[in-house]
Design a protein around this ligand. Structure first.
Ligand code: ZN
Length: 203
């Protein structure tokens, strides 16, 4: 048990929200929650908050749980860099706080260190409660925050023109050229069954 408050939410309530949103209790979302909390404490309060996650795992869910920034509303951006770091910034002033972890100190905390180290091989995960206890006690010692200034806002505010694909007839962002990404070799699916004709071009 802890009386920790993360972004104004009591720890136990945060765990319940995490289970509802993320699917299970996750050390990464917990650590991410501490990072979001500490970055927002240092950032001057703003109605123009944006957050960038530098990894696709765990952090985006901590950001969406704890801030008004979501993938869908465009105020959270996700970079697939595999870095456990985030930047909270004001999209008008471009001034922000970047939170990352102190990898020099991490070996002092064996459970966190073992959990964090990715060898690429399957491994046994420590029970959530044990790891969570170490994250709650020592996680804050691992947080590194630095003030940053963004080169530019990451949210694209231009409205993108669309057009109909010459091959499938579906609407897409014309930026990709005359055929949509799927019809120009970047498809991730094939239609099952015999009809190869896209539904939009059927009579
Ligand atoms: Zn197409």
């Amino acid at each position: 048990m802890t009386d920790l408050i993360i972004c104004g939410i009591e720890y136990e309530a945060f765990l319940i929200r995490m289970e509802e949103f993320h699917g299970y209790r996750s050390p990464g979302v917990l650590m991410g929650g501490l990072m979001v909390d500490s970055a927002l404490r240092e950032l001057e309060s703003t109605p123009y908050l944006n957050v960038v996650s530098e990894t696709v795992v765990c952090l985006p869910d901590a950001i969406q749980l704890l801030t008004p920034c979501t993938f869908g509303n465009g105020y959270m951006q996700v970079l697939d860099w595999g870095k456990f770091a985030l930047t909270a910034y004001d999209r008008q002033t471009l001034s922000g706080v970047r939170a990352c972890l102190n990898y020099v100190r991490m070996p002092e905390y064996p459970l966190i260190n073992n959990w964090f180290e990715r060898t690429g091989k399957p491994r046994e995960k420590p029970p959530f409660d044990e790891l969570a206890e170490e994250i709650l006690t020592d996680g804050p010692n691992l947080l590194l925050n630095r003030s940053v200034r963004l080169h530019r806002p990451l949210k694209d505010s231009k409205s993108m023109p669309t057009q109909l694909c010459i091959k499938c007839g579906e609407s897409y962002t014309s930026y990709f050229g005359r055929a949509c990404p799927a019809c120009s070799g970047r498809d991730y699916y094939i239609y099952k069954g015999s009809s190869k004709k896209p539904v939009n071009l059927e009579e």
